[in-house]
Design a protein around this ligand. Structure first.
Ligand code: G1P
Length: 292
């Protein structure tokens, strides 16, 4: 079965992003001219994934609205002959994109959020994309597309990883590849994965970025997974069970990631995307010279 579905956990309250996230979801905060979540959905589409399952919360309806057709706005832009804007608007809901949502009533952790999507995902393999993280592409390469292609060919779960400085390993899931060196774009079978290890106990400095391709078996394993780090049900712990049964591969990112869950990471994402923007990039780079 090919990967065509992605689960996006968006129920979190976004306290690290206050006050911006007081009345709008943190996923709707803008990077240059699009909300963060739109970049993530575009990344999924570029990897051949067109069914998005939002695991969401009652306070975050703006996300569903963003991916719905705004008929009144479209009709008004059409009436005024604003064709370019109409096209921009239509690109938020390209043909073939299917967005559904399911509620996560209680914040019991990432593993619990993913388990909430089971009734919609069913028996199919699926991707998990954490929308706090933007994955910037290197050239024309879409890392997630490489991961889905690998899964579609081998059936082996794919977990995106990236090296981080040792003082930050405690913030992430960290993988053990028994010392195997991974060049960007390469994979290696995972021996172990641990959620938020202490620096001295971390098996490597390869952290989990927030992009996963998983078989449906993970749902059964999540059912058997109790609270772990932070007293939350951790996706990492279910992946640890999965790799006891079958091959799970770590895939090293070729592009780079931007952690928009914290303010400095968000600013860097904004800078990078503004500098590379097809219409604004050149002027923006010139503008930056005034702020050195
Ligand atoms: C989650 C995952 C963690 C991963 C991280 C990436 O942690 O549990 O394994 O490394 O996302 O951003 P969180 O950031 O939700 O604490």
């Amino acid at each position: 079965m090919k990967v065509t579905k992605a689960v996006l956990p968006v129920a979190g309250l976004g306290t690290r992003f206050l006050p911006a996230s007081k009345a709008i979801p943190k996923e709707m905060v803008t990077v240059v001219d699009k909300p963060v979540i739109q970049y993530v959905v575009e990344e999924a589409l570029a990897a051949g994934i067109n069914e998005i399952v939002l695991v969401t919360h009652s306070s975050k309806k703006a996300i569903e609205d963003h991916f719905d057709v705004n008929y009144e706005l479209e009709a008004e832009l059409e009436r005024r002959g604003k064709d370019a804007l109409l096209e921009v608007l239509k690109q938020t809901t390209p043909p073939g994109l299917k967005v559904t949502s399911v509620r996560q009533g209680k914040a019991l952790g990432l593993g619990h959020a993913v388990a909430c999507a089971r009734p919609i995902v069913g028996d199919a393999p699926f991707a998990v994309l954490l929308p706090d993280v933007l994955v910037g592409q290197s050239g024309s390469t879409v890392d997630l597309a490489d991961m889905t292609a690998r899964f579609n060919a081998s059936g082996h779960a794919q977990i995106m990883v990236e090296p981080v400085p040792e003082e930050r390993v405690h913030q992430y899931g960290v993988v053990d590849l028994q010392g195997a060196e991974l060049v960007p774009g390469a994979v290696a079978p995972m021996q172990r994965i641990v959620e938020k290890p202490k620096r001295e106990e971390a098996p490597s400095n390869l952290s989990v970025v927030g992009r996963y391709i998983l078989p449906a078996r993970i749902f059964e394993l999540l059912d058997q997974t109790g609270p772990g780090a932070g007293n939350e049900i951790q996706l990492t712990d279910a992946i640890a069970s999965l790799l006891g049964e079958q091959t799970v591969e770590a895939y090293r990112i070729k592009g780079r990631s931007y952690d928009c869950g914290n303010k400095l990471g968000y600013l860097e994402a904004t800078l990078a995307h503004a500098a590379a923007h097809p219409e604004l990039g050149e002027d923006f780079r010139a503008l930056l010279k005034d702020y050195r």
